[in-house]
Design a protein around this ligand. Structure first.
Ligand code: TEU
Length: 534
């Protein structure tokens, strides 16, 4: 019996960075009514869920990742009523809502922290990590902030340090305090009650710190943060019972989902946090680091698959709000052909694909002058690291002013290439990346081999090609991806012996790959799918 469609396993999750998606009140920031207004676009594209980067009130030191109220909507994004309407409209279109929960730290403007810092005996004091200076007056230990410098900030008013893994305006919560854990579960319940289908947990494996606040040992690395082995400030065992508690809360409602952002560590680390009493998934960021080389992609796919085993479901990410976009990395020449190859890869592997807004039209990062940089680590580390603003520029909807994103002044510049690269233009062009995504997603939806099917890579020798077969009983799909700009002929004798392979989709509409006597000849940068209904 075929299993029914399960949105987070068989579907596609589309990440929206709300302040850059669509602005309806001309303040230059995207908002929730803007997202609601674009749900038809998303439904037409074929996504099954949207993950929204934080929409809670925030002083924006880290652009929403510093939350000052977990159970409200930032007024610049709209109201709770707007949120409820968006959820309802999304659900009517079969689109689920995933919210970003940033629970390792709050904003320093959160009432919890304001109370906590007000005096040593405030009842909220123990909600954060306050520690007295060492006898000589020094910091409690050597822990660092990922955004630069020591992780401890001295508060002269109360004479103690507090810890912050990110900016000093993002104090870390004290997860060992049961009141904090209870408050967090109440937040989750609040959003479940508002119809939220899932959560993305920001840096969840940083929540707990070692109780004795021991110094991290030395490691070789570039930045201060990388010059330590993070054995005492990350990945503490107390996380497991909490994940189980959170999971049982989610499981009390049908088809809820949580995906965690494992901060540092590869698949070994992700795997231990995934399972029936843990997360549904931990992000696989390996494609965000891979070079354009089919062997490297295959190695990552197989390592993750093997490590996750049969019981856990993989996922794939090419871009997000913290990293240069895939188009910037892989298609520097402005040509979208490689992006079609990347699209096929993402949408035909065994695993949940996460698409980042604008990926479907091949949006590239913007480049900013130093005085335009807004992102805290970008300001701190320029020119070695120019920050994360580049991948957060406004969505390019049409060729009109500000790409149709806002009638006001956009909070970040729109990419100068928008008059040609935008949704409206690509909708009209049958050969566009956007129309290719739409066709591919339709094909994926109508073929369970592409979601639930087995994954069997075909041996390619040294050819710069990745080819594999996905199959369920009665249906096989052969995917072939040419990672080079030259035509490639590959031998797929065993597969090709079947008589009725037919071309389902090729990224080269004009001259798709040809299959003759067990040889498949792919054009330059071609991605194609052949189907077989035996
Ligand atoms: O990201 C974790 C994180 O700090 C890295 O991805 C970081 O962006 C990178 O190393 C560059 O320094 C999450 C969020 O995705 C990110 O946007 C937030 O800034 C961060 O947590 C703090 O909430």
């Amino acid at each position: 019996m075929t299993e029914p469609f399960l949105w987070w396993r068989d579907g596609i999750i589309y990440q929206i960075y709300p302040r850059s998606f669509a602005d309806t009140d001309s303040d230059g920031l995207g908002d929730i009514p803007g997202i609601t207004a674009r749900l038809d676009y998303l439904a037409d594209l074929g996504v099954d869920a949207i993950w929204l980067s934080p929409i809670y009130p925030s002083p924006d030191v880290d652009f929403g990742y510093d939350v000052s109220d977990y159970t409200a909507i930032d007024p610049r994004f709209g109201s709770l009523d707007d949120f409820d309407r968006m959820v309802q409209e999304a659900h009517q279109r079969g689109i689920r809502i995933v919210l970003d929960l940033v629970l390792n730290h709050t904003s320093d403007q959160h009432p919890w922290f304001k109370a906590s810092r007000s005096s040593r005996d405030n009842p909220y004091r123990d909600w954060y990590l306050w520690v007295a200076p060492k006898p000589g007056g020094g910091r409690p230990n050597n822990w660092q902030s990922i955004f630069g410098g020591p992780g401890w900030e001295f508060d002269p008013e109360t004479g103690e340090y507090y810890f912050h893994m990110f900016a000093k305006e993002q104090p870390d919560l004290n997860w060992r305090n049961p009141a904090v854990r209870q408050a967090v579960l109440d937040v989750v319940r609040f959003w479940l009650d508002h119809g939220t289908d899932g959560f993305r947990l920001d840096v969840f494996n940083v929540y707990f710190k070692h109780a004795d606040l021991l110094d991290n040992p030395f490691a070789i690395g570039l930045r201060g943060f990388d010059r330590q082995r993070h054995i005492y400030d990350i990945d503490q065992p107390e996380m497991m019972p909490f994940l189980a508690e959170l999971r049982s809360l989610l499981d009390s409602c049908p088809e809820r989902y949580m995906v965690g952002e494992t901060f540092t560590g590869g698949y070994q680390n992700a795997v231990r946090y995934t399972g029936a009493d843990r997360l549904h998934a931990a992000f696989n960021f390996s494609f965000t680091q891979a070079r354009w080389n089919p062997a490297k992609f295959l190695r990552e796919i197989q390592s993750w698959d093997r490590a996750l085993g049969k019981d856990n479901w993989p996922n794939y990410v090419l871009s997000n709000h913290d990293l240069p976009r895939a188009a910037t990395r892989f298609a520097k020449d402005g040509n979208d052909e490689r992006l079609k190859v990347a699209a096929v890869l993402m949408l035909t592997l065994r695993g949940t694909p996460f698409l980042y807004y604008g990926e479907e039209i091949g949006m590239r990062d913007i480049s900013l002058r130093r005085d335009q940089i807004l992102d805290p680590p970008g300001k701190r580390y320029w020119p070695f690291f120019k920050g994360r603003d580049g991948c957060r520029s406004p969505m390019q909807w049409d060729p009109g002013p500000n790409a149709g994103f806002t009638t006001g002044q956009p909070w970040l510049p729109v990419h100068p290439g928008y008059p040609s690269r935008n949704v409206a233009n690509q909708q009209k062009d049958p050969g566009s990346l956007l129309n290719f995504y739409r066709a591919l997603i339709r094909l994926r939806r109508s073929h369970s081999a592409l979601t639930r099917g087995d994954f069997r890579p075909l041996p390619m020798g040294s050819a710069p090609v990745l080819a594999y077969v996905r199959s369920v009983p009665g249906q096989s799909i052969l995917v072939a991806l040419n990672f080079s700009a030259q035509a490639q002929t590959i031998h797929i004798d065993k597969e090709a012996n079947r008589p009725d392979w037919e071309m389902y989709l090729s990224s080269r509409q004009d001259s798709p790959a040809s299959l003759q006597a067990g040889c498949l000849t792919l054009g330059p940068d071609e991605a194609c799918l052949l189907g077989n209904r035996m």
